[in-house]
Design a protein around this ligand. Structure first.
Ligand code: ATP
Length: 321
Protein backbone atom coordinates (compact mmCIF):
# COMPACT_ATOMS: atom_id res chain seq x y z
CA UNK A 1 0.00 0.00 0.00
CA UNK A 2 1.59 3.22 -1.11
CA UNK A 3 1.28 6.48 0.77
CA UNK A 4 0.21 9.55 -1.10
CA UNK A 5 3.72 10.92 -0.97
CA UNK A 6 2.46 14.47 -1.04
CA UNK A 7 1.98 17.20 1.49
CA UNK A 8 -1.37 17.53 3.26
CA UNK A 9 -3.59 19.72 1.16
CA UNK A 10 -6.65 19.85 3.39
CA UNK A 11 -6.20 21.67 6.68
CA UNK A 12 -7.05 19.60 9.74
CA UNK A 13 -10.08 21.07 11.40
CA UNK A 14 -9.47 22.30 14.94
CA UNK A 15 -13.08 21.49 15.86
CA UNK A 16 -14.44 18.12 16.99
CA UNK A 17 -14.67 16.00 13.87
CA UNK A 18 -18.01 14.41 14.72
CA UNK A 19 -20.30 14.84 17.67
CA UNK A 20 -23.74 13.52 18.42
CA UNK A 21 -25.97 14.40 21.31
CA UNK A 22 -28.75 12.08 22.45
CA UNK A 23 -29.05 10.85 18.89
CA UNK A 24 -32.10 8.60 18.60
CA UNK A 25 -33.80 6.74 15.78
CA UNK A 26 -37.02 4.79 16.12
CA UNK A 27 -38.66 2.61 13.51
CA UNK A 28 -42.13 2.04 14.95
CA UNK A 29 -41.56 0.16 18.19
CA UNK A 30 -37.90 -0.54 17.42
CA UNK A 31 -35.40 1.87 18.94
CA UNK A 32 -32.54 1.37 16.49
CA UNK A 33 -30.36 4.08 18.09
CA UNK A 34 -31.01 5.18 21.64
CA UNK A 35 -29.72 8.53 22.97
CA UNK A 36 -26.28 8.15 21.51
CA UNK A 37 -23.77 10.82 22.49
CA UNK A 38 -20.39 10.56 20.77
CA UNK A 39 -17.43 12.87 20.48
CA UNK A 40 -14.84 11.93 17.89
CA UNK A 41 -11.71 14.05 17.63
CA UNK A 42 -9.66 14.76 14.50
CA UNK A 43 -7.27 11.98 13.45
CA UNK A 44 -9.01 9.31 15.54
CA UNK A 45 -9.94 5.95 14.05
CA UNK A 46 -13.17 5.38 15.94
CA UNK A 47 -14.96 2.06 15.60
CA UNK A 48 -18.62 1.42 16.30
CA UNK A 49 -18.69 -2.20 17.39
CA UNK A 50 -21.87 -4.20 17.84
CA UNK A 51 -23.65 -7.38 16.94
CA UNK A 52 -26.06 -7.49 14.00
CA UNK A 53 -28.93 -5.10 14.65
CA UNK A 54 -27.05 -3.09 17.31
CA UNK A 55 -27.65 0.15 15.38
CA UNK A 56 -24.32 0.73 13.61
CA UNK A 57 -25.63 1.29 10.10
CA UNK A 58 -28.48 3.47 11.33
CA UNK A 59 -25.98 5.61 13.26
CA UNK A 60 -23.73 5.94 10.24
CA UNK A 61 -26.67 6.86 8.02
CA UNK A 62 -27.62 9.61 10.46
CA UNK A 63 -24.02 10.88 10.58
CA UNK A 64 -24.22 11.22 6.81
CA UNK A 65 -27.63 12.87 6.68
CA UNK A 66 -29.10 9.79 4.96
CA UNK A 67 -31.59 9.04 7.75
CA UNK A 68 -33.56 11.54 9.76
CA UNK A 69 -33.03 11.28 13.54
CA UNK A 70 -36.14 10.89 15.67
CA UNK A 71 -34.33 12.93 18.31
CA UNK A 72 -30.98 14.46 19.16
CA UNK A 73 -28.40 16.13 16.97
CA UNK A 74 -25.37 15.34 14.83
CA UNK A 75 -22.64 17.72 13.84
CA UNK A 76 -19.79 17.07 11.48
CA UNK A 77 -16.79 19.42 11.46
CA UNK A 78 -18.76 21.81 13.64
CA UNK A 79 -21.74 22.06 11.28
CA UNK A 80 -25.13 20.52 12.05
CA UNK A 81 -26.05 17.67 9.70
CA UNK A 82 -29.44 17.93 8.07
CA UNK A 83 -31.24 15.35 5.99
CA UNK A 84 -30.03 15.75 2.43
CA UNK A 85 -27.83 18.72 3.42
CA UNK A 86 -24.66 19.09 1.38
CA UNK A 87 -22.65 21.55 3.46
CA UNK A 88 -19.92 19.20 4.62
CA UNK A 89 -20.18 16.42 2.09
CA UNK A 90 -17.27 17.62 0.02
CA UNK A 91 -15.14 17.05 3.12
CA UNK A 92 -16.52 13.60 3.94
CA UNK A 93 -15.87 10.33 2.14
CA UNK A 94 -18.09 7.37 2.88
CA UNK A 95 -18.78 3.74 2.19
CA UNK A 96 -22.14 2.48 3.40
CA UNK A 97 -23.26 -1.13 3.16
CA UNK A 98 -22.48 -3.01 -0.04
CA UNK A 99 -20.42 -0.68 -2.19
CA UNK A 100 -22.41 0.08 -5.31
CA UNK A 101 -20.48 0.24 -8.57
CA UNK A 102 -21.54 0.41 -12.19
CA UNK A 103 -21.12 -3.28 -13.06
CA UNK A 104 -20.33 -2.83 -16.75
CA UNK A 105 -17.78 -0.05 -16.20
CA UNK A 106 -14.16 -0.81 -15.41
CA UNK A 107 -12.51 0.07 -12.12
CA UNK A 108 -10.92 3.16 -13.70
CA UNK A 109 -14.22 4.26 -15.27
CA UNK A 110 -16.07 3.78 -11.99
CA UNK A 111 -13.52 5.97 -10.24
CA UNK A 112 -13.71 8.62 -12.96
CA UNK A 113 -17.49 8.73 -12.53
CA UNK A 114 -17.14 8.88 -8.73
CA UNK A 115 -14.69 11.77 -9.06
CA UNK A 116 -17.00 13.67 -11.42
CA UNK A 117 -20.02 13.10 -9.17
CA UNK A 118 -18.08 14.62 -6.29
CA UNK A 119 -17.00 17.54 -8.44
CA UNK A 120 -13.37 16.49 -8.10
CA UNK A 121 -11.23 17.60 -11.02
CA UNK A 122 -7.84 17.01 -9.43
CA UNK A 123 -5.37 15.55 -11.93
CA UNK A 124 -4.04 12.15 -10.98
CA UNK A 125 -6.78 11.47 -8.40
CA UNK A 126 -7.86 8.18 -10.00
CA UNK A 127 -4.30 6.87 -10.33
CA UNK A 128 -3.62 7.89 -6.73
CA UNK A 129 -6.50 5.92 -5.22
CA UNK A 130 -5.85 2.93 -7.49
CA UNK A 131 -2.31 2.78 -6.11
CA UNK A 132 -3.47 3.35 -2.52
CA UNK A 133 -5.93 0.47 -2.65
CA UNK A 134 -3.71 -1.93 -4.63
CA UNK A 135 -6.21 -1.98 -7.50
CA UNK A 136 -3.70 -1.56 -10.35
CA UNK A 137 -3.97 -5.20 -11.54
CA UNK A 138 -7.76 -4.78 -11.87
CA UNK A 139 -7.84 -1.24 -13.26
CA UNK A 140 -9.31 -2.36 -16.60
CA UNK A 141 -11.57 -5.09 -15.20
CA UNK A 142 -15.31 -4.56 -15.23
CA UNK A 143 -16.67 -3.97 -11.72
CA UNK A 144 -19.04 -6.96 -11.99
CA UNK A 145 -16.07 -9.33 -12.28
CA UNK A 146 -14.41 -8.18 -9.04
CA UNK A 147 -14.19 -10.41 -5.98
CA UNK A 148 -16.02 -9.18 -2.86
CA UNK A 149 -12.71 -7.99 -1.39
CA UNK A 150 -11.76 -6.04 -4.49
CA UNK A 151 -15.27 -4.59 -4.78
CA UNK A 152 -14.77 -3.38 -1.21
CA UNK A 153 -11.41 -1.86 -2.22
CA UNK A 154 -13.14 -0.08 -5.11
CA UNK A 155 -15.74 1.28 -2.64
CA UNK A 156 -12.93 2.58 -0.42
CA UNK A 157 -11.12 4.08 -3.41
CA UNK A 158 -14.32 5.99 -4.31
CA UNK A 159 -14.61 7.23 -0.73
CA UNK A 160 -11.04 8.54 -0.89
CA UNK A 161 -11.10 10.12 -4.33
CA UNK A 162 -11.68 13.66 -3.11
CA UNK A 163 -9.14 13.47 -0.25
CA UNK A 164 -11.77 13.75 2.47
CA UNK A 165 -11.06 15.07 5.94
CA UNK A 166 -13.46 12.51 7.39
CA UNK A 167 -13.96 8.97 6.24
CA UNK A 168 -17.10 7.12 7.35
CA UNK A 169 -17.03 3.41 6.58
CA UNK A 170 -19.72 0.83 7.28
CA UNK A 171 -18.04 -2.59 7.73
CA UNK A 172 -14.96 -1.70 5.64
CA UNK A 173 -13.33 -5.09 6.26
CA UNK A 174 -16.31 -6.95 4.79
CA UNK A 175 -15.15 -9.62 2.39
CA UNK A 176 -11.46 -8.96 2.95
CA UNK A 177 -9.08 -11.73 3.93
CA UNK A 178 -6.62 -11.16 6.82
CA UNK A 179 -4.01 -9.75 4.44
CA UNK A 180 -6.63 -7.36 3.04
CA UNK A 181 -7.60 -6.24 6.57
CA UNK A 182 -3.91 -5.59 7.33
CA UNK A 183 -3.64 -3.53 4.12
CA UNK A 184 -6.67 -1.46 5.05
CA UNK A 185 -5.23 -0.92 8.51
CA UNK A 186 -2.00 0.36 6.95
CA UNK A 187 -3.99 2.68 4.72
CA UNK A 188 -6.18 4.05 7.53
CA UNK A 189 -3.21 4.59 9.84
CA UNK A 190 -1.36 6.38 7.07
CA UNK A 191 -4.37 8.59 6.37
CA UNK A 192 -4.76 9.56 10.01
CA UNK A 193 -1.10 9.94 10.92
CA UNK A 194 0.18 11.62 7.78
CA UNK A 195 -2.89 13.37 6.49
CA UNK A 196 -4.90 14.09 9.62
CA UNK A 197 -7.97 12.26 8.34
CA UNK A 198 -10.58 11.19 10.90
CA UNK A 199 -12.05 7.73 10.40
CA UNK A 200 -15.32 6.34 11.74
CA UNK A 201 -15.96 2.72 10.93
CA UNK A 202 -18.31 -0.04 12.00
CA UNK A 203 -17.74 -3.72 12.54
CA UNK A 204 -19.20 -6.67 14.39
CA UNK A 205 -15.82 -8.34 14.92
CA UNK A 206 -13.87 -7.18 17.96
CA UNK A 207 -10.52 -8.66 16.96
CA UNK A 208 -10.83 -6.81 13.66
CA UNK A 209 -11.56 -3.40 15.22
CA UNK A 210 -8.93 -4.01 17.90
CA UNK A 211 -6.43 -3.99 15.04
CA UNK A 212 -8.00 -1.19 13.00
CA UNK A 213 -9.25 1.38 15.51
CA UNK A 214 -7.69 3.66 18.07
CA UNK A 215 -10.93 3.91 20.07
CA UNK A 216 -13.96 1.67 20.18
CA UNK A 217 -17.55 2.44 21.10
CA UNK A 218 -19.56 -0.68 21.85
CA UNK A 219 -23.21 -0.50 20.79
CA UNK A 220 -25.86 -2.84 22.12
CA UNK A 221 -29.55 -2.43 21.34
CA UNK A 222 -28.85 1.07 20.05
CA UNK A 223 -27.10 2.18 23.23
CA UNK A 224 -23.45 3.01 23.78
CA UNK A 225 -22.51 0.52 26.52
CA UNK A 226 -18.77 1.23 26.67
CA UNK A 227 -16.01 3.24 25.06
CA UNK A 228 -12.49 1.90 25.25
CA UNK A 229 -9.10 2.75 23.79
CA UNK A 230 -7.75 -0.07 21.66
CA UNK A 231 -4.54 0.01 23.70
CA UNK A 232 -6.55 -0.73 26.88
CA UNK A 233 -8.13 -3.78 25.29
CA UNK A 234 -4.88 -5.67 25.67
CA UNK A 235 -5.26 -5.32 29.45
CA UNK A 236 -8.63 -7.08 29.24
CA UNK A 237 -6.97 -10.07 27.69
CA UNK A 238 -4.03 -10.16 30.13
CA UNK A 239 -3.46 -13.58 31.73
CA UNK A 240 -4.08 -14.10 35.45
CA UNK A 241 -3.78 -16.93 37.94
CA UNK A 242 -7.01 -18.40 39.26
CA UNK A 243 -6.72 -20.05 42.68
CA UNK A 244 -9.29 -22.11 44.56
CA UNK A 245 -8.74 -22.79 48.28
CA UNK A 246 -10.94 -24.00 51.12
CA UNK A 247 -10.28 -20.87 53.20
CA UNK A 248 -10.06 -17.82 50.89
CA UNK A 249 -9.73 -15.35 53.79
CA UNK A 250 -6.67 -17.11 55.24
CA UNK A 251 -5.17 -17.55 51.76
CA UNK A 252 -5.70 -13.84 51.03
CA UNK A 253 -3.89 -12.88 54.23
CA UNK A 254 -0.97 -15.20 53.40
CA UNK A 255 -0.71 -13.92 49.83
CA UNK A 256 -0.90 -10.28 50.93
CA UNK A 257 1.83 -10.88 53.50
CA UNK A 258 4.02 -12.16 50.64
CA UNK A 259 3.38 -8.98 48.61
CA UNK A 260 0.67 -10.23 46.23
CA UNK A 261 -2.65 -8.51 45.63
CA UNK A 262 -5.28 -11.21 45.29
CA UNK A 263 -8.78 -10.37 44.17
CA UNK A 264 -11.91 -12.46 44.53
CA UNK A 265 -13.44 -13.85 41.37
CA UNK A 266 -17.01 -13.59 42.63
CA UNK A 267 -17.35 -17.37 42.86
CA UNK A 268 -15.39 -17.97 46.07
CA UNK A 269 -12.06 -18.22 44.28
CA UNK A 270 -9.09 -15.87 44.13
CA UNK A 271 -7.46 -14.20 41.17
CA UNK A 272 -3.89 -12.95 40.97
CA UNK A 273 -2.92 -10.56 38.19
CA UNK A 274 0.70 -10.05 39.32
CA UNK A 275 3.03 -11.06 36.53
CA UNK A 276 5.21 -13.00 39.02
CA UNK A 277 2.25 -15.14 40.08
CA UNK A 278 1.24 -15.82 36.49
CA UNK A 279 4.77 -16.78 35.49
CA UNK A 280 5.44 -18.90 38.62
CA UNK A 281 2.25 -20.61 39.82
CA UNK A 282 4.47 -23.10 41.70
CA UNK A 283 5.63 -20.23 43.92
CA UNK A 284 2.02 -19.52 44.88
CA UNK A 285 1.30 -23.20 45.45
CA UNK A 286 4.29 -23.53 47.81
CA UNK A 287 3.36 -20.34 49.64
CA UNK A 288 -0.22 -21.49 50.19
CA UNK A 289 0.83 -24.98 51.32
CA UNK A 290 3.24 -23.45 53.82
CA UNK A 291 0.45 -21.14 55.09
CA UNK A 292 -1.78 -24.17 55.71
CA UNK A 293 -4.17 -23.37 52.79
CA UNK A 294 -3.21 -25.79 50.01
CA UNK A 295 -4.86 -24.90 46.70
CA UNK A 296 -7.44 -27.30 45.35
CA UNK A 297 -7.11 -25.67 41.94
CA UNK A 298 -4.50 -23.43 40.35
CA UNK A 299 -4.76 -22.34 36.70
CA UNK A 300 -3.54 -19.57 34.42
CA UNK A 301 -6.63 -18.05 32.80
CA UNK A 302 -6.97 -15.66 29.88
CA UNK A 303 -10.10 -14.22 28.27
CA UNK A 304 -10.01 -13.81 24.58
CA UNK A 305 -11.25 -10.48 23.29
CA UNK A 306 -14.39 -11.93 21.73
CA UNK A 307 -15.45 -13.31 25.12
CA UNK A 308 -14.86 -9.90 26.66
CA UNK A 309 -17.04 -8.24 24.03
CA UNK A 310 -19.81 -10.85 24.19
CA UNK A 311 -19.87 -10.57 28.00
CA UNK A 312 -20.26 -6.79 27.70
CA UNK A 313 -23.26 -7.08 25.42
CA UNK A 314 -24.68 -9.99 27.41
CA UNK A 315 -24.44 -12.39 24.51
CA UNK A 316 -21.81 -14.87 25.72
CA UNK A 317 -23.03 -18.48 25.92
CA UNK A 318 -22.75 -18.30 29.73
CA UNK A 319 -24.67 -15.04 30.02
CA UNK A 320 -27.09 -15.56 27.15
CA UNK A 321 -30.21 -13.42 27.25
P1 ATP B 1 -26.05 -5.11 10.88
O1 ATP B 1 -24.64 -5.40 11.23
O2 ATP B 1 -26.92 -6.33 10.84
O3 ATP B 1 -26.25 -4.22 9.69
P2 ATP B 1 -26.50 -2.82 12.57
O4 ATP B 1 -25.79 -2.75 13.87
O5 ATP B 1 -25.96 -2.02 11.45
O6 ATP B 1 -26.64 -4.32 12.15
P3 ATP B 1 -28.97 -1.49 12.04
O7 ATP B 1 -28.99 -1.95 10.61
O8 ATP B 1 -28.63 -0.08 12.31
O9 ATP B 1 -27.99 -2.40 12.88
O10 ATP B 1 -30.38 -1.86 12.67
C1 ATP B 1 -30.73 -1.54 14.02
C2 ATP B 1 -32.18 -1.96 14.25
O11 ATP B 1 -33.04 -1.12 13.50
C3 ATP B 1 -32.50 -3.37 13.84
O12 ATP B 1 -33.42 -3.91 14.77
C4 ATP B 1 -33.14 -3.23 12.48
O13 ATP B 1 -34.03 -4.28 12.23
C5 ATP B 1 -33.86 -1.89 12.64
N1 ATP B 1 -33.96 -1.17 11.36
C6 ATP B 1 -32.93 -0.67 10.64
N2 ATP B 1 -33.38 -0.04 9.54
C7 ATP B 1 -34.73 -0.15 9.55
C8 ATP B 1 -35.79 0.30 8.68
N3 ATP B 1 -35.51 1.00 7.59
N4 ATP B 1 -37.05 0.00 9.03
C9 ATP B 1 -37.33 -0.69 10.15
N5 ATP B 1 -36.38 -1.13 11.02
C10 ATP B 1 -35.11 -0.88 10.72
Amino acid sequence: MRSRGEAVTTPVSPVTAISTSNLTKRYGDVVAVDQLSLRIEPSEIYALLGLNGAGKTTTIRMLLGMARPTGGTVSVLGAPVRLGGHAVWSRVGYLVETPAAYPELTVIENLQVAGRLRGSTRAGAVEEVIAQLGLAPYADHRARTLSLGNAQRLGLAKALIDRPEILILDEPANGLDPAGVAEIRGLLHDLTLEHGVTVVLSSHILTEVARLATRIGILDDGRLVKEIHASDLAAQARPRLGVTVRDPAAATTALQAAGFAPDTNGEGGLVLSDERAVRQPDLIATLLVEAGCPPTRLAVEQDDLETYFLDLVGASPAGAR
